[in-house]
Ligand binder design. Sequence first.
Ligand code: GLU
Length: 477
Amino acid sequence: MSMRTRMAPSPTGELHVGGMATVLKNYAYAKKMGGQFVLRIEDTDQQRLVPGAVEEIQQVIRDYGLDWDEGPDKGGPYEPYIQSQRLGTYQAYAEELVQRGQAYYCFCSSERLAALRKKQQADHQPPKYDRRCLHLTPAEVKHKIEQGEQYVIRLKVPDNQVVSFSDLIRGKITFNSNQVDDQILLKSDGYPTYHLAVVVDDHLMQIKMVMRGDEWISSTPKHVLLYHAFDWPMPIFAHVPVFLNPDGKGKMSKRKGTVSARSFLDRGYLPEAMLNFFMILGWSPADQREILTLEEYIQEFDPADLNPNSVVFDLKKLDWLNGIYIRKLSPDSLKHRLRPFIPADFPAAKFDQILPLISERLVKLADFEQLTHYFYRNQQPDRKLLLNKTTPKIVAAQLETTISWLEKLENWQDKAIEHSIRNIQVTQNWQKKQYFMLLRLAVTGEKYTPPLFATMAVFDKREVLRRLQQAKQIALI
Ligand code: GLU
C-alpha cells in the first residue's frame, strides 16, 4: 500500500510558516516513498471562513515550489477534496455510529449547556457533557425529531478505558477515556465537527500518515476513539513540534510579527531558502550539512528522525541561508526575482551597473531599495558626520578643491575618478581616511556603501558635483 500523506488546512486566513513547513514534510515523505500527497480543505467551521483563503493557500504552496497529487483543483480518486462538498458523507457516517450504538442524538439547548458549563466551572470540574440525552429511548428520539427539535450527534465515549496510540515522533501516548468528553460529531446545521470530518476523510482517502503540528495532539485521543468506534485501522500519527518565536519565547504567533508563509516571500526571502530553512529546523541529514536541495531532502528525510523538541525560528540563520541562495542565482535570475522589489523611481538603465555593487550585501530581496536609494534619491548628509572633528572651513575647502579638479576630469570612469581623487589627496596632503569618508558622505549620505570610486562612477558627473556642492553648503551652515 502506498504512503499517502496529507495537509488539511482550514481556510481561516493565510497559511502560517509552520503550516508550510508541515506541507514540505508531507510532500517530501510521500515523494520519497513513491506515494501521494493530498491537499484537503477543511472548511466545516463556516463562521471562520475567510473569503479568498482557499485560493490563496493553494497559490502560496505553489509559490514555494511545492505541489500536491490530489486536491481541490486537481481532483483525484477520492474527490471532492473540500469538506463542505462532502456533507452527505459525514452525515451518513454519524448516523452509522448511532445505529451501532457508538453515538447518540442530543437535543440539549445551548442555554442548558452554558448553564452546565458554568456550574462545572464553579465546582472546579472540567467541562464535560453530562449525558442527559444518552438515555433517551429510540421512541423519544423519533418523537423529538418529528417535532422539529434541533439536535446534534455526540460520540458515546466508552467509560474508563485505557487507550493509547503511538506517535512516530513522541512514542507511545496513553490516556483514559474518562478524560474525553462526549464530543459533538455532527452539528445541528448538518455540518460535521473537525473531529468527525478529519477521521472520516483520512480513512476514506486512505491516508497512511497523519503528520501535523503538535497543537493537534490534544485532539488525537478524540480521533483515536473515533477510529475505535468505526472499527477502522489507524494511520501513523506524527506530531511535528511547533516553531518558537525568534526570541525563543513562546509559540510563534502573530503577536510578535507576521507569521504567514506569504509574508516571508513579500519580504524577499527566496522560496528555496525558506524550504531549506524548514528542512533543518528540528532535523538534520546524517552528515549534518545545512544546505540541501529539495531532491536531496526527499531522499534523506524521515519523519521518525524529527526532534520532538520545539525549535526556535532563528531569523539569523534564515538570513544567512537566504544570502547563500541569492548568491547562487545567475545575474539574470537575480534580476528577474528582484523585479517586484525595484522601486518605481529606480533608473532602469543603470541596473546592470548598480547590481554588482550591492549584490554581495543583499540579505533579502526587499533590501534592494535600502541598498540603492542614494543612487537615485537626493541625500542630505548629516552635518556632524561631515565635519567629523575637523572644521567647516576645512571641509568646505576640501570639497571646493575636489569640485574644481573633478570639473576638469573628462573621462568619468571608475579608474579615472580614483586616479584623480588619490592625486588630490596626496598633493593636498589630506588625511586619507577622513577625506574619503567625507566624499562618501557627500555623495551618498551614507557611511557604508560599495567601493567609493565605482559608486561615484554610477552617477553622472554633474550630479556628483551638485552633491559635493550641497555638502559644502551643509558644512558651512
Ligand atoms: N483543519 C486542521 C487545521 O486547520 C487540520 C488539522 C489536522 O491536520 O488534522 O490545521
